[in-house]
Design a binder for this molecule. Structure first.
Ligand code: UD1
Length: 369
């Protein structure tokens, strides 16, 4: 039986397709080739991989792609947190509604589908987990607008108001999405798990942390921070750091994400579970700017504009015990090695810097200030 990868021409999808094709899987890709990501370029897929161009929300395209398919990896999604805050309708249609439409097609073929792996996101947690020196583990609410306008960036203890320390975030944490994008990712996860349970389709939801690596869309100003900074530096422009740059994320190399997906296609204990795919190590945005500046040999100080972006959280990194126990997964690529590899790839690339226009879009709507 074949494996369908939706979004298989995208950043993570393209790496996954290569990995699965090498392992001898028969693969079909369903991808709409979004201009914002692909800029009119055709995807380069390994030999023998079939390609259906279309949206997951188009039942006819999904029908064609699902022919003879036994396993599905559902990656297709729009991914810009900032952009989702003003293209609300587009994000909900193209992420949530399209997944609902796609699932109806999967359900029609439930007798042939042995597994669905869906890409969820750490963004659905909202803030990660924290610890207060006095009150132990706490779940601070999203930072208020008033607090952010006062440039007080840290999360505080809901009991005593003191600053709190970020600790690994477990899958059991209450989900409090703070962006439209995150809501649509929670929809992805819940729609797939609930449908899978109801129809006996073994389903796994993987909560990806911040993926980076070669092949990430360099000229897309709504992509992840690492390549946004790279694109700025390659054009001799300063990276723009929101807040104070001390906010942290769990940066995971794309090859580790792909390994986690491959394990989730087979691991029996993973069925019906939600699993973090991260490294378990936090890195600040300032560190990312430093590593890229050094690696690219560009001595331009980042612009610390003190602005913040609506929908952003402060800190979140993965508790990896579920991934270890249910998938046998361990991230292997250290940040230093991963960044070296990213930088080597950047050497052959051209980046069009569209970040200023994108930030102006946000600012004009009061979504970056
Ligand atoms: C990212 C992904 C999201 C994915 C999630 C978890 C993107 C656009 N977002 O969200 O799809 O689900 O990880 O895997 O790929 N920042 C700056 N300057 C910039 C851009 C960003 O300081 O020019 C800061 C942001 O304010 C934020 C941090 O960098 O504090 C991370 O931002 P971003 O890369 O957009 O990632 P997430 O929002 O964590």
């Amino acid at each position: 039986m074949r494996t369908l990868v939706t979004g298989g021409a995208g950043f993570i999808g393209a790496h996954l397709v290569c990995r699965l094709a090498e392992a001898g899987r028969d693969i079909v890709v369903l991808d709409s080739l979004e201009d914002q990501v692909h800029e009119g370029r055709s995807p380069t897929l390994p030999g023998g991989v079939d390609f259906v161009r279309g949206d997951v929300g188009d039942p006819e395209a999904a029908q064609r792609a699902l022919e003879g398919v036994g396993t599905v990896v559902h990656l297709a999604a729009l991914v810009g947190v900032g952009q989702s805050m003003y293209e609300i309708d587009r994000y909900v249609r193209r992420n949530s509604l399209a997944t609902a439409t796609f699932l109806e097609q999967v359900v029609e073929r439930r007798d042939q589908i042995e597994r669905v792996v869906v890409a969820s996101s750490m963004s659905i947690y909202g803030e990660g987990e924290y610890e207060c020196a006095e009150h132990g583990a706490v779940a601070p609410p999203p930072r208020s607008e008033e607090q952010l306008i006062a440039r007080r960036w840290s999360c505080t203890c809901p009991h005593c108001g003191r600053d709190v320390r970020s600790i690994p975030t477990r899958e059991s944490k209450q989900l409090i999405p703070t962006s439209v994008y995150a809501i649509t990712k929670r929809d992805h996860e819940e729609l797939c798990l609930v449908t899978g349970r109801a129809y006996g389709i073994p389903t796994v939801a993987l909560r990806f942390f911040n993926a980076y690596g070669p092949g990430q869309a360099l000229s897309n100003p709504y992509t992840g921070v690492a390549v946004i900074f790279a694109s700025r530096l390659m054009n001799r422009h300063p990276p723009v750091i929101f807040e104070d740059g001390e906010q942290s994320r769990d940066f995971i190399h794309v090859s580790d994400i792909v390994e986690g997906i491959a394990l989730a296609l087979d691991a029996a204990p993973a069925v019906d579970q939600t699993i973090n795919l991260g490294t378990g190590r936090p890195t600040t945005i300032n560190q990312i700017a430093d590593l890229l500046g050094q690696g690219l040999g560009v001595e331009i100080e980042p612009a610390r504009v003190g602005q913040f972006r609506a929908g952003d959280i402060r800190d979140c990194y993965a508790d990896v015990s579920h991934a270890r126990n249910l998938l046998g997964f361990e991230a292997r690529v250290t940040l230093d090695r991963g960044m070296d590899e990213l930088i080597a790839w950047l050497g052959d690339q051209e980046a069009v810097d569209r970040v200023e226009a994108a930030t102006s879009e946000l600012a004009a709507r009061g979504l970056a200030r």
